[in-house]
Design a protein around this ligand. Sequence first.
Ligand SMILES: [Zn+2]
Length: 426
Amino acid sequence: MPVIISGGRVIDPGNLDGIKDIIIDDGKIVEIKDHEASRSTHPATRIIDASGKIVTPGLIDMHVHLREPGHEYKETIESGCRAAAFGGITAVCTMPNTDPANDNQQVTEYILKKAKEADTVRVYPVAAITRGLEGKVLCDYGDLKEAGAVALSDDGNPVMDGQLMRMALEHAKRIGLPVISHCERRDLVAGGVMNEGEVAKRMGLAGIPNTAESMMVMRDIELCELTNAPLHIAHVSTSESVRAIRDAKERGVPVTAETAPHYFTLIDEDVEKYYTNAKMNPPLRSHADREAVLSGLADGTIDVIATDHAPHSSIEKKAEFNLAPNGIIGLETSVLLGLKLVEDGIITITDLVDKMSTNPARILGLECGLNVGSLADITIIDPARGFTVEADSFQSLSRNTPFDGWNMKGKAVLTMVGGKIVYEDN
Ligand SMILES: [Zn+2]
């Protein structure tokens, strides 16, 4: 049955911005026209009233840990996909640090099979740069691409060996896959568990200096410049990283970057409030770093907002701070926190759609956008809808969020993947 999304503000950056009707049939967009009383021409149609709402190309979260295979008690592909749909996200990229790691065709194919069974949002596997994410031997990128991988990353681990990283970029370029770099100098982390500074001192915890991230960002930018291979920097958290990426882009280096909602929302002082639910890697940084990340989002230095959705069980997160695992979940809160940036005047709603849809699609070479003939992957956002975050009612199997109980304004109210409604707020 055809569906009309009627009377919403349709925003597809660089393509559309206006009050439109989108007509969907057989999984695809068959018509986009100025809003009018189009109902009579489509008698058998379901009409979704989108007046007062924002209609965007499906949101893509390019940095997600779904934990399957290997750690299904934290998250399965099925539960992660449901969480994404609830958050207005129509596609996720799954990082390869599963058990076994996604460093071969079998695991890539297994993930895609599970995603097909879940039949909710699209799942795009990111495969490992090196076997077992050990930073020693490169994987077979041709095989991985053939199996369906859309990018390469050892996320969770840095590729410490510079020569190996150079070879990875060269091979990846030849095969046509972007490399996503987890930038971290383990020697400079030196056992640190949160941001280095006054708060760490007060809490009696070992600190991680900004340099542990930015020095690796600078190395990888240099390697990107040397190889001219597309490089995407994951989870940018420091002012020095933002500056280095900004300078590199000005020189024409093919580097792109993402940050996560927690880095533009929280700072290290929040670790005292949320404890292990504010423990992540890279850590929450200083006020000045948060300001730099916001300016990087505003001026386009940071192309993408991705969650680094990292589920862990409550028991694991209840450990003492030094021992608790890193990471928080984000699929069900990223749009809310992104809309807060718009509300606060940091970026426009069009910028937000760019960073959560258009830009990740461009970086990964995925189909995206609202055009006649394109797949009907669509998110509808109600910017006026009040919503209180309740971790206990999350679709995710995990609860590790610092945003529990936060009152937000604006929410994704409908998620459509290939013409099928996978989430609808009632
Ligand atoms: Zn990472």
